[in-house]
Design a protein around this ligand. Structure first.
Ligand SMILES: [Zn+2]
Length: 251
């Protein structure tokens, strides 16, 4: 029995480790309820005049997240098509449902978690309230370059509230600081170069798979366990089923 307990503990630890990395096997930035953390945004793609963030869309179906290929990669999405149809309906109920089903945007960035001793790039699919001040400061000449390897800025973020009322308060640290503690620019560059392309870490299901999910027969993505905002759809499964039943009856 004792060895079984040990095994169970090991399995639990392994599971926690796997879940903490989320989908795609990448390290993820996590922030808990009422937690304050410091982070540094990595200048991914900036050298090639690319944006350092990537907008992603997520539909919640059956209370599970599903990446939207339309918002994320400008590809066809059956869920968006359904949402569009529902918005055309004259029934208020359909419009309400469409609002719940439509894709919610987040903005993926790569960060270093300053509260963790592990110096690794972490993927963070951040809400608008996080990305907005980052872009504002990036564009503000008074801040110099917040992403600079040597003279950029760390940020502080505090997460408060729950579910749809979750808010993130983001502010730059008063002083600039190097991205890595020893300030070695080559090492910074190496770290940024090691970051995989967005397509490798943010994956969408195929059109058919998403259509099955909309029909209630498929599962959702692993979003790394982070669940904040946009989670008003606990009964969406029933709504989808009712909707489909109504439609099928009408045929
Ligand atoms: Zn979509």
């Amino acid at each position: 029995m004792a060895s079984r307990d040990k095994l169970m503990k090991k399995l639990a630890a392994a599971r926690e480790d796997i879940n903490s990395r989320g989908g795609g096997g990448v390290d993820r930035f996590k922030i808990g309820e009422d937690e304050t953390k410091k982070f540094r945004v990595l200048p991914v793609g900036v050298e090639d005049d690319e944006l350092f963030f990537k907008e992603t869309g997520t539909h919640r179906v059956n209370n599970k997240p599903n990446k939207c290929p339309k918002v994320t990669y400008d590809e066809d999405c059956p869920i968006c098509e359904e949402v569009e149809e529902l918005f055309k309906s004259s029934e208020a109920e359909d419009k309400e449902y469409a609002k719940k089903l439509r894709a919610r945007s987040k903005w993926a960035i790569w960060v270093i978690d300053r509260t963790d001793s592990k110096l690794v790039p972490r993927l963070w699919e951040a809400p608008k309230s996080v990305i907005d001040p980052l872009i504002r400061d990036f564009m503000d000449e008074e801040y110099d370059d917040i992403l600079d390897f040597e003279s950029g800025r760390d940020y502080q973020v505090t997460r408060s509230g729950k579910g749809l009322d979750t808010t993130y308060d983001v502010s730059p640290r008063p002083k600039s600081s190097p991205m890595l503690p020893d300030g070695d620019v080559d090492e910074c560059q190496e770290m940024v170069d090691s970051i995989p392309d967005w397509e490798e870490v943010i994956k969408c299901r195929s059109y058919d798979e998403l259509a099955d999910i909309l029909d209630g027969s498929g599962g959702g993505d692993d979003d790394g366990g982070e669940d904040n905002g946009g989670n008003d759809s606990s009964n969406i499964r029933d709504q989808v089923k009712n909707r489909l039943r109504q439609r099928n009856r009408g045929k």
